[in-house]
Ligand binder design. Sequence first.
Ligand SMILES: *[C@@H]1O[C@H](CO)[C@@H](O)[C@H](O)[C@H]1NC(C)=O
Ligand SMILES: *[C@@H]1O[C@H](CO)[C@@H](O)[C@H](O)[C@H]1NC(C)=O
Ligand SMILES: *[C@@H]1O[C@H](CO)[C@@H](O)[C@H](O)[C@H]1NC(C)=O
Ligand SMILES: [Ca+2]
Length: 575
Amino acid sequence: MADVIGTLLLPSVFLCVLLMHLQDTAKKPNFIIILADDIGWGDLDANLNPEVRKNNTPNLNWMAQQGLRFTDFHSPASTCSPSRAALLTGRYGLRNGVTHNFAVNSVAGLPLSEVTFPQLLQAAGYHTAMIGKWHLGHNRPYSPTNRGFSYYLGVPYSNDMGCTDSPGYDLPHCPPCDTHRGQYRLSEGRGCFHKVGLPLIENSSIVQQPLDLWTLTQTYQSAALDNIHHARRSGQPFLLYMALAHMHVPLAPRHSRPLTPDRVYAAALQEMDGLVGALTSAAEGSDTLIWFTGDNGPWEQKCQFAGSVGPFKGTWQLTKGGGSAKRTTWEGGHRVPTVAYWPGKISPNTTSSALMSGMDIFSTVLALAGVTPPSDRRYDGTDATDVLLKGAETGREFLFHPNSGAAGQYGDLQTARSGKYKAFYMTGAAEACGGETGSAELHDPPLVFDLGADEEERSPLDPESAEYQDVVHRMSCGREQLLWDIATDTSVSTADYSTDPSAAPCWPQRGLSRASAGPQQGLCRASAGPQQGLCRASAGPPQGLNGASAGPQQGRSGASAGPQRGLSRLNITSE
Ligand SMILES: *[C@@H]1O[C@H](CO)[C@@H](O)[C@H](O)[C@H]1NC(C)=O
Ligand SMILES: *[C@@H]1O[C@H](CO)[C@@H](O)[C@H](O)[C@H]1NC(C)=O
Ligand SMILES: *[C@@H]1O[C@H](CO)[C@@H](O)[C@H](O)[C@H]1NC(C)=O
Ligand SMILES: [Ca+2]
């Protein structure tokens, strides 16, 4: 009987599967990668025990309930630029060259010899849009529209790297851009940028400077929805890389009443969650993988304006002084809230404890799109398709965390993960709330923690124990293998971190000659006018260029863009 049914059904089932397969290959899936800035593992309610949840992330909780929540997912670095570079290239900073942050006046960015996954998707026919924080070089040819995005809207770096007219919540509180009689204020609190208005860039044009922090979420949301709707109408597969300004200071949640400082972070988190919800709704029914993650842990020195590490306290470090989140390789710096949602493809209400990294997004997204990255280089990302779609628990055998400013050389892989174990060859702290900094320490033999039993990293294993010996042997072999692999990689890039005052994105104020404000200290902002400081690309060429500079220098394997001068690098008049 079964045989008869089998014989009758087989051809039609086969045809069905074949048709589905043909459809699949004809229409590639869409991707929305949402990268939150400085978010803490404990900021996502779904990561916490029900009794300590604060109900700030209902949309993300819902996505987790309808999708997959990762419990051992890590940012590739614990500061912005290296984390983002590794996510986009699938390579450690030791290979892609980006080991620390770029500045407002950085001449260059992610080496041009590097290949980003948006670039590869774009070549495969995707509409590729990016909204938000780039932080991988704002001057041509390093800007997003030259690195794989057909559309870009956002702040070219962090939202605290420029002044605004109505500052958000930050610590210290930064004053507004001061244009009083064309002068800018000389001394302001540490960490406040006052010379350059925070720019909003669309494609390659400054469209607002300084931008309005308080409407930025709405601006980002409208642009994101436009891109999603446009791509859906056109039938073109799309990638949206949404690099949120949230939860990085200054926080500027819109609220009907002024907020007391202790309520600001929660309000900003709710605002971010609302934006995620809007993206999810816009993509409903469009065969879209939505992958939410973070670029590094909370910026603890911002005190009440920083996120929560949840149970990942880094207690060993705390007892020695300093903070144990952003910039460090403690769990608080690297373990980030991560949710993948793809109705019909990812099983609902599942969690995965697979050890994974943001670099794996590179390999997984490309595999799902059927795109093979160039074979002339080595990658550190692994294809996690089976973890997403088949519930496989096999994550990475090893994951290494680079130093991101808390200890040793930038980019050095001094912390290793394998299974439930973590080995520190070097430890270091970031600045804590209150200013304490701690100090770096070399560990030979390494410090080893069993995260399965000790998630707060309190008590290292006894170096005499057999367990320790076994772990250290395995970790050290894995690490040496990787370092050898990098040393023999013929396509390693070096980033140019040189700076030049004229490299800052700057819409010079009309009527204010550079000379009157000091040679390199004019306040960069859009001219006031009918549009209230909104300068469109059509407003004409920038004036008052000053300071010729050498053109961007490339990594040793990168092509040179040739000499360019000052502000014209942004090419405000075109695109
Ligand atoms: C999700 O899974 C958990 C644990 O397996 C279960 O207790 C809960 O009822 C599930 N929720 C839904 C909405 O299916
Ligand atoms: C700026 O754009 C114009 C018009 O497309 C082009 O002729 C010029 O070479 C560009 N300049 C730079 C510095 O890219
Ligand atoms: C940016 O590019 C998009 C798509 O090419 C275009 O529709 C839009 O007008 C551009 N915006 C600016 C300010 O150039
Ligand atoms: Ca960050």
